[in-house]
Design a protein around this ligand. Structure first.
Ligand code: TXE
Length: 485
């Protein structure tokens, strides 16, 4: 199958007629082509977006909201088709695509369809100076959205929906590794009556297509989710151009387990927070820190539960762990495991590539648990982004906090405890954008989402996303005092 760009309301081949292979990771074979878009394709998309902007930014909130809600409804009407496409393209278990990825993509649209109708701005009376100020929140113009491969449609729409709701026109690029559902979304947008040029989707590589979006002088803001190194590169290009920038980057998140926790809930959630989506979620708790008194018990129970996970055909309803997204990524994850011993770790479970029956060339890897003694080892400091977790013990609160914060990243943390005072101490002192207590990945779309330290800058989600995608303008009106004042 051939995927095309979506520019100015229609599907288009790349101008240079250059194409890239798209792989099905479950079987390791090419099953389609995607545009290898170049600067000229991005230029065309920006032109279309610029032309569409005056009309879209002046479209009533009611109509904008109706169109976005229609996109959400159409995604849900076509849920099964989208879920199967996501699983084929990414290798994730179908039950995950069905229950999380596609419903959440629809929620992103319906959430921001409503949120924009409730988006307030401030006014400040300058008492004694006889002036009133109000803040106009205006759409920025043409904005760029670049998303990764791990939660393809989920993260793509997480950016596009608030950008459109706020009245911007968008040039967006999904990951070249997982382009299929973004391609299908274009069709839904056409059916929903989104005017031509309001959303443009350009496919291609990061260093060409992505870079052309980032460096385009007419694109005034960039929202990016992906690797920390890529984020740094994007920041270095956009900073001298004074673009607004939102970066959601990597994580090396601690999962801190105290002996007083609800043990069963902790254990089953820790299986998910370690290995959901083959561990390829920036929020996964890849460093498990366990209080010394329950360390041995946890270790054996965790290994036993992980051994029950079913690895196999992503399209099978019973599969817990599907395929790794691509061959290069599999090789990267395996190289960490191969080096584990040299890095001071001992493999407690897994660590091996697997051949799934009938899918011998697919990219399968066992869920892997590595015991480490030193938080400074590479395994605990670098984002592996695969089904690999480390476990280590700690003695008390002080050590747990020190270990948790002792990384360059600061995206999310999970704490398991029933001590309220400890909960408050950790909530205040953990250096991360999100702290989950006695849960993981429980998301409320109104909350600020993003990381500290090398995990990014800025926040998205709820009102934060609408603030990011608008330019605040202070209007100050002086008025004359009447006789009565
Ligand atoms: O991400 P990239 P990759 C981490 C994870 C992973 C590593 C690399 O550790 O192993 O990053 O993964 C586009 N200008 N995360 O290489 O390259 C690219 O085309 C503009 C964490 O796949 O950052 C894709 O659309 N765009 C992460 C998007 O950026 C560029 C999720 C992300 O790709 C570009 C994914 C450039 N110069 C990986 N270079 C998370 N935090 O969720 C690439 N891109």
């Amino acid at each position: 199958m051939k995927i095309q760009n979506y520019i100015n309301g229609e599907y288009k081949d790349p101008m240079a007629d250059s194409w890239l292979d798209n792989y099905d990771p479950s079987v390791g074979v090419v099953y389609g082509q995607i545009p290898n878009s170049l600067e000229e394709d991005v230029d065309l998309a920006v032109e279309a977006a610029e032309d569409a902007f005056p009309h879209w930014s002046n479209t009533t909130l009611e109509l904008r909201s109706t169109i976005l809600q229609r996109i959400a409804d159409l995604l849900l009407e076509n849920l099964e088709e989208f879920a199967r496409a996501e699983t084929k393209d990414n290798g994730k278990p179908i039950q995950l695509s069905r229950s999380i990825d596609i419903p959440r993509a629809a929620s992103n649209f319906s959430f921001f369809a409503k949120a924009i109708t409730q988006f307030p701005s401030e006014s400040h009376e300058s008492v004694g100076l006889d002036a009133i100020n109000f803040t106009l929140r205006q759409p920025i113009g043409v904005v760029g959205c670049i998303s990764p491969w791990n939660l393809p449609l989920y993260l793509f729409t997480w950016k596009i929906a608030p950008a459109l709701a706020a009245g911007n026109c968008v040039v967006a690029k999904p990951s070249e590794v997982t382009p299929l559902t973004a391609y299908m979304l274009a069709d839904i947008c056409m059916q929903a009556g989104l005017p031509a040029g309001v959303l443009n989707i350009v496919h291609g590589l990061g260093q060409t297509t992505g870079q052309a979006i980032v460096a385009h002088p007419k694109i005034k803001a960039i929202s990016f989710t992906g690797g920390t190194d890529t984020g740094a590169k994007i920041a270095s290009i956009t900073a001298p151009m004074f673009k607004k920038l939102s970066l959601e980057l990597g994580g090396k998140n601690p999962n801190i387990i105290f002996a007083d926790c609800d043990y069963d809930k902790m254990l089953s959630t820790t299986i998910r927070s370690s290995f959901a989506n083959q561990g390829q979620i920036c929020l996964c708790g890849s460093r498990i820190l366990v209080e010394e008194s329950i360390y041995d018990r946890f270790k054996s129970d965790f290994i036993e539960k992980v051994a029950e996970l079913r690895i196999g055909n992503p399209m099978d309803d019973q599969t817990d762990i599907g395929a790794i997204v691509s061959k290069p990524h599999l090789q990267k994850v395996v190289s960490y495991i191969d080096n584990a011993k040299a890095m001071g770790g001992s493999i407690l479970y897994g660590g091996k590539e697997l051949a799934v029956e009938g899918m011998q060339k697919g990219y399968y890897l066992q869920p892997t648990i590595i015991e480490v003694k030193d938080n400074q080892c590479q395994l605990n400091q670098e984002e592996i982004f695969g089904p690999v977790v480390t476990i280590m013990s700690f003695k008390g609160e002080d050590e747990a906090l020190q270990l948790a914060n002792d990384v360059k990243y600061g995206l999310s943390s999970t704490v398991w405890t029933n001590d309220l005072n400890r909960t408050m101490r950790f909530s205040k002192n953990l250096q991360s954008g999100i702290v989950w207590v006695n849960t993981w990945m429980l998301r409320d779309l109104r909350t600020p989402f993003g990381g500290q330290k090398d995990s990014g800058v800025g926040r998205e989600g709820g009102v934060e996303a609408l603030r990011f995608f608008t330019e605040p303008k202070n209007v100050c009106i002086s008025f004359e005092k009447g006789k009565s004042s």
